[in-house]
Each structure stands twice: as structure tokens, then as C-alpha cells.
Design a protein around this ligand. Structure first.
Ligand code: NAD
Ligand code: APR
Length: 241
């Protein structure tokens, strides 16, 4: 593990183009529950039943209750050393992109700017009917109304069965295809399309690295699989570069 860590450090120090993909695991040390872990948010709250357009159509008040609860929980959490290390990596690498599946906003709070929030943000709301959309960290009412047209607002996240925001996938593919190094951090690699990004990177010649507490279905196909806490490993990777 230590030898692998040193090798990844060496690979990163020579890299010009790096893409990092993160999942819920990168925020777990901040106190944000992961989706599929033992105390997974989705198991306790049946999030898989709630994060769906049909659930919202049938029970908007229930879905909003769930998202307001998540906003309350995440709003008290702060970035951890993994988030800060990725913000530092952005300064060290000439061309860097951080693609996150997380909707918690913690990468931005840690200072990451070259950031793609591919599943949207808990802190964004948009109208279900008109084009109104805004950043909003305030406490929202049970079923908030659009100030422009009066219809319901919805969380600005991507739900199951919904496509990604137009352009997001295209940009991700473009940058991943050109990367020298691809890092997959704290994601179970069970949800598409993010789970396949490493394959695209590999096909285009990138060195692929996974950082996770435990093996994932992708681990065996990675050039390096570093097992441990993202908050321990990432700060090591950006030290004295
Ligand atoms: P998907 O790949 O997430 O799901 C495809 C199908 O597989 C769905 O029927 C889903 O229920 C199922 N599935 C997903 N994960 C599974 C697992 N671990 N085990 C068994 N079955 C599983 O694609 P989608 O439903 O078309 O979602 C599109 C995009 O929206 C994806 O990028 C997804 O990650 C994202 N998404 C975001 C949120 C959120 O709250 N931010 C919620 C749901 C989906
Ligand atoms: N350091 C590194 N990895 C960790 C840590 C940690 N401190 N804590 C947990 N992990 C790992 C777990 O081992 C697991 O593989 O993080 C991963 C979290 O996986 P999931 O809970 O499945 O989260 P994620 O991969 O982000 O889910 C993807 O699915 O539910 C949808 O849209 C939602 O964006 C989410 C997507």
C-alpha cells in the first residue's frame, strides 16, 4: 500500500491532465451518510423511493420533507481533509477537473473551482414548469412555490430515470478521454454513467487509480487501488509536490 501510494504520487507529479471523480465516500468523514453503506441514507429513508420523478408527482410534500431534512443535515457539515486535498490538487495540476456525484456542496466550500456537480446540488432549486432556477440555502417551506409562475419548485438534483443536465456528459467524456490520470474516490461504482468513466479513461491511455475504504466492482481493473480513508490518502498524495 505504501509503495503504491508513492507510485501514485510519482505518477501525479508528472501528470498534466487529471480528472478526479468523487462519490459519497469523500463526504463521509464530514458526517454526511453514504448511500449504500451500513447506515446508508437510502436504507433509513427509502431514498431510492423518494429520489424519483414519479414519487415527486405523487407525494411532493413527502419528497420535499426528505430533501429539507437532507439540507438541514448537510448544512451542519464541513469539508474534511479529502475535500481540501482535492482543492489543493487543482492548484498543482495544469489541467484539472473534479467531477462529483455528490449534491452536498462541500467541494465548493473547500475551495474547488474546476468542479462539475453532475447530479446537481441540494442548494439549488428550480421550477417544475417555467425556467426559474436559483441557488437557495434558506429554510424552504413544505412545498415551495415558484416566485415567477406560482407552480411547484423542485430540488435541483438529478433523480433516478432522469437524464443528466445537457452538456454535462459531453464535457465529462471530453475531459476524461484526454486525461493522463483518472482518480475514482469514495464511490461504490454501482451507478451509471459515473461507474464507467474509468473505462473511458483507461481506453484512452490514462493511469487509473481508485481510493476507497473497500474494493468495488471496478477495483480489479484499476492500475492502482488504494484502500483506506480518502481523508488520510488524499492529503498524502498532494504533500510536497
Ligand atoms: P441509474 O444507472 O442510476 O439506474 C439504472 C437502473 O438501475 C434503475 O432502474 C435503477 O433503479 C437501477 N439501479 C441503480 N443502482 C442500482 C444498484 N446499485 N443495484 C441495483 N439496481 C440499481 O440510471 P438512472 O436511473 O437513469 O439515473 C440517471 C442519473 O441520475 C444517474 O447518473 C444517477 O446516478 C442519477 N441519480 C441521482 C440521484 C440523486 O439524488 N442525486 C438519484 C438517482 C439518480
Ligand atoms: N474514504 C474512502 N471511501 C469511503 C469512505 C472514506 N472515508 N467512506 C465510505 N467510502 C466508500 C464506500 O466504501 C463506498 O464504496 O464510499 C463509497 C460510497 O458509495 P455510495 O454510498 O454508493 O455512494 P456513491 O457511489 O456516491 O453513489 C452514487 O448513487 O444514489 C445515487 O445519485 C446518488 O450520487 C449518488 C450515486
Amino acid at each position: 500500500m505504501k509503495a503504491d501510494l508513492e507510485m501514485v504520487k510519482a505518477v501525479l507529479s508528472g501528470a498534466r491532465k487529471v480528472v478526479a471523480l468523487t462519490g459519497a465516500g469523500v463526504s463521509s468523514e464530514s458526517g454526511v451518510p453514504t448511500f449504500r453503506g451500513q447506515d446508508g441514507l437510502w436504507k433509513q429513508h427509502r431514498a431510492e423511493d423518494l429520489a424519483r420523478p414519479d414519487a415527486f408527482a405523487a407525494h411532493p410534500e413527502l419528497v420535499w420533507e426528505f430533501y429539507n431534512w437532507r439540507r438541514g443535515l448537510v448544512g451542519k457539515c464541513e469539508p474534511n481533509p479529502a475535500h481540501f486535498a482535492l482543492a489543493k490538487m487543482e492548484e498543482q495540476v495544469p489541467e484539472f477537473l473534479l467531477i462529483t456525484q455528490n449534491v452536498d456542496g462541500l467541494h465548493g466550500l473547500a475551495g474547488s473551482r474546476k468542479l462539475m456537480e453532475m447530479h446537481g446540488s441540494l442548494w439549488r432549486v428550480r421550477c417544475t414548469v417555467c425556467t426559474h432556477a436559483r441557488e437557495d440555502r434558506s429554510e424552504l417551506s413544505d412545498v415551495p412555490e415558484c416566485p415567477v409562475c406560482g407552480h411547484m419548485l423542485r430540488p435541483g438534483v438529478v433523480w433516478f430515470g432522469e437524464p443528466l443536465v445537457p452538456g454535462v456528459l459531453r464535457l465529462a467524456i471530453e475531459r476524461i478521454s484526454g486525461a493522463d490520470v483518472f482518480l475514482s474516490i469514495g464511490t461504490s461504482s454501482l451507478v451509471q454513467p459515473a461507474a464507467s468513466f474509468f473505462q473511458l479513461a483507461k481506453d484512452h491511455g490514462a493511469v487509473t487509480v481508485e481510493i476507497n475504504l473497500e474494493p468495488t466492482p471496478n477495483s480489479g481493473f484499476m492500475d492502482f487501488a488504494l484502500h483506506g480513508k480518502a481523508g488520510d490518502i488524499l492529503p498524502e498524495l498532494v504533500k510536497m509536490r
